[in-house]
Design a protein around this ligand. Structure first.
Ligand SMILES: Cc1cc2nc3c(=O)[nH]c(=O)nc-3n(C[C@H](O)[C@H](O)[C@H](O)COP(=O)(O)OP(=O)(O)OC[C@H]3O[C@@H](n4cnc5c(N)ncnc54)[C@H](O)[C@@H]3O)c2cc1C
Length: 467
């Protein structure tokens, strides 16, 4: 075998082009860094393209807690009629709904504006470590092997591949090794919102509403489903323990699940995204195990499509329109950073002097079958994510952002949502660009965070001033 190794040099290398990587690449390139974004897949956006809503960006009070790259890509979606709105689920959260087909183009447009270079179909397979520095990341694609050298490397691989290969410590799953289930999202079009909402208004016991005191606002379930009806959008969460879904599971008309969550993706297509499927006892880092989830998940998709068409008003004439481009992984490695975001930090909406991003989604840990933990953030507020959670402990020039950030399992259960992932990415990319111009040799653990916070604020990130 002949192996020729190509080399490339950039200022900032971002590995992984999901929500965090998109934020990181935009943050770095916008601040003048020569930025390369590498992804193993054929496109950019990761879970942003599956049809799910962006959660953790608007708190239960309705305050926007994430700006930066999120604002830019949503503005681009708006310009292409791909924005549905910020909606209230009258359960726990408010979320950002958009058309994932438009999102595909919006992300690429914003990246092109700032000159982000893309390298798709490219897997980061190894690292070259020099003391505390990652001197290079070895990638593999059809061109062959390339060693990419960068001043700063941002690991947005979701799984923390780069940091782990470089020797960073990590934790994974619960103490007993349990991991959240793997799922696949799908979409249905031709859904009539009014009959669906009427059905829910007649049966408040079927759905989850008012699980946050702030969202409930002293209202009864009946008043909350009335508000859902008035909102007029197909935002419905049929709960696994509610009689409608529970009976269907008992009759084996549906598979065991905690939810059928329906959220709008396109008004002209009358399209919704459905989050319902799940296969547990899977270690997503074991590629054979992950791959083996595809047949049962696809079976579940079809079961759920038929269930909705046959049992749920508004879906009688709806049809299956899309399946997510990838299997959905909720948790793998959590890289240990200079600070580990804790259970109380998120639950009590704690703020930090070195906060560089925020999140506000409830603690959301899916379990086996019908299990799901859902705990709201105190007072409908938001928590800060300190810069130290992005600094991989023991590595001088590596940041982590996204679901592989430094957090306890509980804290990751909220910070893994796409709002905070975009915000963490924006902060990490901006820090890497600033490091290059101002503090090239300073390890990230000693990085001047005050300067980073100023830059983030000046560029539209939300760092202060929210509940
Ligand atoms: C079923 C499901 C439902 C969810 N629902 C919601 C929701 O409704 N709202 C919400 O906000 N969040 C939701 N989440 C959580 C959220 O989508 C993810 O946690 C978040 O998108 C993670 O973003 P990320 O950028 O960290 O990682 P990812 O989006 O996973 O992106 C990682 C990228 O890195 C690439 N990559 C990985 N390893 C390598 C490597 N070695 N070399 C090169 N590239 C690599 C991958 O191809 C991928 O594109 C859900 C998650 C799942 C699975």
């Amino acid at each position: 075998m002949r192996t020729h190794i190509h080399t490339q040099r950039v200022d900032v290398l971002v590995v992984g082009a999901g929500a965090a990587g998109v934020g990181a690449a935009i943050g770095a390139a916008r601040n003048g860094a020569k930025t390369l974004l590498v992804d193993a897949g054929p496109t950019v956006g990761g879970e942003l393209l599956t049809g799910m809503t962006i959660d953790g960006a608007v708190n239960a009070r309705g305050e926007l807690v994430v700006g930066g790259a999120l604002t830019e890509i949503i503005d681009e979606c708006k310009a292409m009629n791909g924005f549905v709105g910020i909606l209230n689920d009258y359960r726990l959260i408010r979320y950002v709904c958009y058309d994932p087909e438009v999102m595909k183009m919006a992300i690429v447009k914003v990246m092109a504006r700032y000159g982000v270079r893309l390298l798709l179909h490219t897997f980061a397979e190894d690292v070259v470590v020099d003391g505390e520095r990652v001197a290079g990341v070895m990638v593999r694609n059809k061109t062959g092997h390339t060693l990419i050298q960068a001043d700063s490397v941002i690991d947005c691989s979701g799984d923390g591949d780069v940091a782990a290969m470089a020797g960073a410590a990590f934790e994974m799953g619960a103490e007993d090794g349990d991991l959240q289930p793997v799922s696949i999202m799908f979409r249905m079009s031709g859904v009539e919102a009014e009959p669906l909402l009427r059905f829910v208004r007649e049966h408040p016991e079927y759905v989850a509403v008012g699980e946050s005191d702030v969202i409930r606002g002293g209202r009864t379930d009946k008043q909350l489903v009335e508000a859902l009806y008035e909102q007029g959008q197909p935002c419905v969460f049929f709960k696994g323990e509610g009689p409608f879904l529970a009976d269907a599971i008992d009759r084996q008309e549906m598979f065991p699940t905690a939810l059928i969550m329906i959220q709008p993706t396109s008004t002209p297509r009358k399209e919704v995204c459905v989050n319902a499927t799940r296969v547990w006892n899977v270690d997503p880092l074991k590629t054979d195990q992950l791959s083996a989830t595809m047949p049962p998940l696809y079976d579940q998709v079809w079961t759920c499509v038929q269930f909705l068409q046959q049992r749920v008003p508004g879906f009688e004439n709806a049809h299956f329109s899309a399946i997510a481009p990838r299997l959905g992984v909720r948790e793998t490695r959590r890289i240990i950073g200079e600070y580990v975001l804790g259970d109380e930090d998120v639950a009590k909406a704690r703020k930090f002097e070195d906060g560089v991003a925020k999140g506000c989604h409830h603690i959301d840990i899916h379990g086996r079958g019908r299990e799901q933990v859902r705990i709201p953030v105190a007072d409908g507020g938001s928590y800060d994510i300190p810069f130290r959670c992005l600094v991989a402990k023991g590595l001088a020039n590596v940041l982590v952002a996204g679901r592989c950030m430094s957090a306890t399992r509980v804290a990751q259960g909220t910070a893994r949502t796409m709002g905070p992932c975009l915000a963490m990415g924006t902060a990490a990319g901006t820090a890497a660009a600033l490091r290059r111009t101002e503090n090239a040799d300073v390890p990230f653990r000693d990085f001047p965070v005050a300067r980073l916070r100023e830059t983030l604020k000046a560029q539209g990130s939300i760092i202060d001033g929210t509940h």
